[in-house]
Design a protein around this ligand. Sequence first.
Ligand code: COA
Length: 322
Amino acid sequence: MTFARISGTGGYLPERVMTNHELETIVDTSDEWIRDRSGIRQRHIAADNETTSDMALSAAREALAAAKVEVADIDLIIVATTTPDRVFPSVACTVQRKLGIHDIPAFDIHAACSGFMFALDVANRFVKTGGASNVLVIGAEIYSRILDWSDRATCVLFGDGAGAVVLQAAEEAGIVSTHIHSNGKHEELLYVSGSVGDRGTERQSDAAFIKMRGNEIFRKAVAALGNIARETLAGNGITKSDLSWLVPHQANLRIISATAKKLCLPMERVVVTVDQHANTSSASIPLALDVAVRDGRIKRGDLLLFEAFGAGLTWGSALVKY
Ligand code: COA
């Protein structure tokens, strides 16, 4: 039987750091409020000439180097993003062009902040069924371009970045299981305004900006993430104490702590980057994974739980033997 295994990780963060104090000069907020309510201290913001595919490419190159895999051996590229360079072509195709390879399949997955969970699920199926053996799975986002910088309820929460993993065929898991869910019923709680085809008028309301009912999203996220953690453990016949690390989507430290508490995991066993990166949507899990792999916290053989929640609504998890 064939399994998929993470053989390398990579990450990229834009050079420019925006602190909470800088945000105090832009909207009516305070460093204290942002830290207390979300745990965020700073975020990275892409340069004007930087694109999602540029960031995805940098993270991908790092992951390939870590996995010791040659670009020519990649046989599938999947990018999770909701902020592509253009409506089409996909970021995955642009990354493919920038890597100088062709003919292999490359496509994007759009599942907002849960995007990386959906991309990992699809990549895992490709590998397990023999459709691919060396897959680049990337999460990359440039939310600074879809933030309303006059809306303090959203602009303080997000940042830009990219994370990547190389998934390779192996004889042992690897990706033990993946779990993905969607429910379109609550789409009004978190969405981007405007539609494809809007001609861009003077009216602010027509622009593509994130709109969020934060409080309601918070409650739904805590409930869904608790449920999916239980589903993942039960589905694999394991208990909370079998987990080595929780690598959660980084939206809000209070959401992360609530999930850790349900899993009886002390915060020392939770990878937290939301303080440094803010919410980088589908990039947040591969970025957090890369940080903890590179600083030596996550080691080969550790059992990891990834989990994410986002617009759609969407949510997902993966149990991974690193
Ligand atoms: N600075 C200062 N005050 C702010 C603020 C800011 N940046 N943003 C909102 N406030 C104010 C509100 O206006 C409100 O004031 P009021 O009581 O006078 O009306 C007050 O703070 C409380 O707002 P509320 O939205 O109830 O705060 P909260 O405790 O729910 O925290 C979030 C807000 C957004 C941090 C929190 O709801 C959250 O993280 N939600 C989930 C976000 C998320 O995960 N999104 C992505 C999903 S992947």
